[in-house]
Design a protein around this ligand. Sequence first.
Ligand code: SF4
Length: 500
Amino acid sequence: MLIQANIATPSTVLDFPTRDRFVRELQSRHYSIVGISGIVMNLGKVREMCRLVREHSPRSTIVVGGHVAALPGIEREIDADHIVTGEGVRWMREFLGEAADTPIEHPLIRSSFGFRLMGLKAPSGGGDPAATIIPSVGCPMGCNFCATSAFFGGKGRFINFFETGEELFRVMCDAERRLRVQTFFVMDENFLLYKKRALELLALMQQHNKSWSMFVFSSANALRKYTTRQLVELGVSWVWMGLESKQATYMKLRNSDTQALTRELQSHGIHVQGSTIIGLEHHTPDNLESEIEHAVAHDADCHQFMLYTPVPGTPLYAEALSAGLLRNDVDIADIHGQDKFNFHHPHISQDASNTWLERAFARDYAVNGPSLYRIMRTTFAGWKRYGEDADARVRARFARDAAKFRGGYGAALWAMERYLTDSQPEVAARMRDLRRAIEREFAGLTPLIDGAAGRVLLYAARREAAKYPAGRRLEPATFVDHRGLFPRRPGPFGPGVIGR
Ligand code: SF4
């Protein structure tokens, strides 16, 4: 999308196509260039797509980009004409002979679709639709395992699409108006690290009375550059933070007490998505239990556990390769950190890696309960603290969040409480306490209403669990966007780029 919005050449974005849809697109128009982007584990799909292009559109030039391009030796694995690593807008502009240095146009991107809640379809974004904004790519912290940092230059490097807070503000105003949103999913590896831009944005939000919410990725050291008040006024309502491990030596975690930081953020209504690594070099069967307990004690709103994974292109991959530690029995499609190790760990076997990973998720759920409950708890804490704040922008944002308690949160709590009464009575009791506190807080919200709507949700959740015991398989919908005029087949061979 970003490339399409920044080239004058007519083009099509075809996102998440099925095989048939991709072939149909190739057969329907003359494409001089077919660009395919993918992540590393999608190598097989990219290979097949290249083959399909050669078969159905043999005069097209094939350009492959995205993280898959970082695979060593990929040029021998797929039949492409150009393989592009790093930022793609500039590359494509230059390739097409267009001006490479013109300012970046930000496309309108909705951040989610197909939202479901406890087995039922829910309104977009759970009633809080968001726009995706991409201020920068890459991250200068350069953690050894980080594929996105490595892909855009590694340690000390990143690429800003929007240098100033004012540029970003204009992009956000445009998305607010055209997509009718007040919430932004800021897709930037470490948005808060660039403090000057963030504070410029805050000043403009204050000046123009914008009561926006932001979901951001941020390292602990970046968060600590701000006062909590600044984060609240900036509208930061979700933070994805790498917790990694209590013994981790990453610079971003130096002198950080991530448990205290998580509690502090949550008490101000800022939701925390924690991310913990299983299988770091120092992990052994003797210390992993306590590492998991440390992670679980954060009681983050959501918690991701990921296997330590040498992903091609990262410093960790280079180290593992030179030390002869990479396994050659792992399918590339399984190198995503949610299955088993793709390297020889000094203390943990490959099979045990999966057992530890699943144990971490299960332990977090057993102790802390469903994320939906934790999210509500933080939302309620934010409302209690800022519902009557002196700043009208802040008040409005927390009032918007609190409105969800009238729009289904209470019923969801009622249903979760019943769902877990037998299996997790302690967690169910905490939910009951929260539900009752919410019902006391919001006049007109009665246990009767929660119970009535809650019964529907409880039935839907049980039906979903019975029907899909291993979880429902979710596939993103195909997205297509044709821009500019270019000839349909049959006709003269003309310009045109097809993406994804
Ligand atoms: S701080 Fe996060 S985004 Fe930055 S390099 Fe480390 S893992 Fe990657």
